[in-house]
Ligand binder design. Structure first.
Ligand SMILES: Cc1cc2nc3c(=O)[nH]c(=O)nc-3n(C[C@H](O)[C@H](O)[C@H](O)COP(=O)(O)OP(=O)(O)OC[C@H]3O[C@@H](n4cnc5c(N)ncnc54)[C@H](O)[C@@H]3O)c2cc1C
Length: 435
């Protein structure tokens, strides 16, 4: 079946849905929305999009790629590397798809130069709620193109994406620089942002006295290469090593085996457990799959905190002070992120007074909530105060009025009217708010 036939079948499924039915997508592979027993809604009519997994064209001369939205970054990087190219943003988990990266605001260690995956995209093909095919780009249906970023599947189904590619080399040389206090660490991030000397920058705060900045450069040759899919653990290596080399593919997915460090919550850092059960559980895909299967058993427990927040560099210190005192949970993943142009989904009024181009994505992965505290709520409140925003991959406790102070309702409603006037995909608030 070719691409045209695939989207025709998707459009027909939408047109044939039962009257008034809300819809959701079924695809091959797993979803990286945080498992949440309270949010699952199995009453929706399912639209199958599992065939959207082809890379349609790689153009090495113009350094572009056109692919279907269900292509995973793992498959994509394997193919583009054959041409000495990679996407501008490669989220660190292997089975995140390119459609999911746009809809869910993906980030990674080139984000301090290039922003998120959406920022490298030239064109989207969208199947609207009515089953119409819409081409969107910064020039054509621009209001829809811009709002698809961070729309979490509420504006239609992205079926095809054309995006830019970046030159790559076979290996990455890593330098792990250690800082013992926040001020020096923040300054080091700012310095690399102002005058970049590397290709990649992310960071891991291991403790209040151990801040690591991981700086990477593409290289043609490597004296040795490390691999962190077996007994060795990447995030721990950044505490001990000052230098490392990895194959480029392995570098991009360096956090995958542990799903950052969530594996430790399940005893998977124990060498014996790894040896005996590692092949079944190590990898973000297996861990998320298992968590989803078990979510109904643990419904009574408070969910682990998994959240990505973006705070302006000028407010990073205030955020970190709050985090260290009230969360005190480490490692904390740090991804500097350039917002060259304010995203359309951000509410301009909310962002008034924040003039930074550099934001810091702080990713909290796997915090177990203590009794009597709702860490998601605490984070939501702090973000309001600091004019920070979060990606909506997990729990959202805002009331609608507050939510729409942060996210841009005028622009969202406008795009929604064009692509889903009957709200069959739910709106952004309905889809992401905790019940
Ligand atoms: C444990 C964990 C770790 C993570 N780590 C990282 C990380 O290291 N780096 C990073 O960048 N991100 C990370 N994320 C966030 C991740 O990038 C987003 O959740 C992303 O949206 C996942 O994409 P997916 O392909 O799995 O899509 P899904 O999880 O299946 O879907 C995410 C949302 O996008 C919508 N969507 C998916 N495909 C389409 C489409 N074709 N058209 C329209 N809407 C669509 C879905 O409806 C859904 O609302 C992490 C998330 C989790 C839970």
């Amino acid at each position: 079946m070719n691409h045209e036939d695939t989207i025709k079948i998707i459009a027909e499924q939408l047109q044939a849905r039962p009257h008034n039915a809300r819809v959701s997508l079924i695809r091959k592979g797993i979803s990286h929305k945080v498992p949440n027993a309270h949010l699952e809604d199995d009453k929706t009519h399912k639209i199958y999009v599992g065939e959207l997994n082809r890379i349609l064209k790689i153009d090495p001369q113009n350094r572009t790629c056109t692919a279907e939205s269900g292509v995973t970054f793992s498959d994509l990087v394997k193919e583009t590397l054959k041409h000495g190219l990679v996407p501008y943003t490669v989220p660190e988990l292997k089975t995140i798809t390119i459609g999911g990266a746009i809809s869910g605001c993906s980030v990674e260690s080139m984000s301090y130069k290039y922003g998120g995956f959406h920022d490298s995209c030239l064109e989207y093909e969208l199947v609207t709620a009515k089953g119409e095919i819409l081409q969107c780009s910064p020039e054509k249906n621009a209001e829809v193109f811009q709002m698809l970023h961070g729309s979490f599947g509420t504006l239609g189904i992205i079926t095809k994406i054309t995006f830019k590619l970046h030159p790559a080399k076979p290996y990455v040389k890593l330098t792990h620089a250690r800082y013992e206090n926040f001020a020096d660490y923040q300054q080091a991030i700012q310095n690399e942002y102002d005058k970049p000397q590397y290709d990649f920058m992310d960071g891991i705060i291991h403790s209040p006295t151990h801040f690591t900045l991981c700086l990477g450069t593409f290289v043609d040759e490597a004296p040795y290469t490390s691999n962190y899919e077996g007994q060795k653990i990447y995030y721990k290596s950044t505490r001990q090593k000052t230098e490392d080399y990895m194959k480029t593919y392995d570098y991009f997915f360096r956090y995958d085996a542990e799903c950052h460090w969530i594996s430790r919550n399940y005893g998977l850092e124990n060498p014996v457990v790894r040896f005996l059960f590692g092949r079944w559980f190590l990898s973000s895909t297996n861990m998320i799959k298992t968590a989803k299967k078990l979510r109904f058993i643990f419904k009574h427990l408070k969910p682990e905190v998994i959240v990505d927040i973006f705070v302006a560099m000028s407010r990073f210190k205030a955020f970190y002070e709050f985090y260290e005192k009230d969360f005190d949970y480490f490692p904390l993943w740090i991804v500097p992120y350039r917002i060259a142009r304010r995203y359309d989904w951000m509410n301009e009024k909310f962002m008034e007074g924040v003039n930074d181009e550099l934001f810091i994505d702080c990713a909290v992965y796997g915090l177990r909530q203590k009794k009597g505290r709702d860490y998601y709520k605490m984070m939501d409140e702090k973000l309001l105060e600091l004019k920070g925003v979060k990606t909506l991959i997990s729990h959202n406790s805002y009331e609608p009025e507050t939510f729409w102070q942060i996210y841009n309702k005028t622009k969202y409603d406008h795009a929604k009217k064009l692509t889903d006037p009957e709200n069959i995909f739910k709106d952004l608030y309905q889809k992401t708010h905790n019940k």
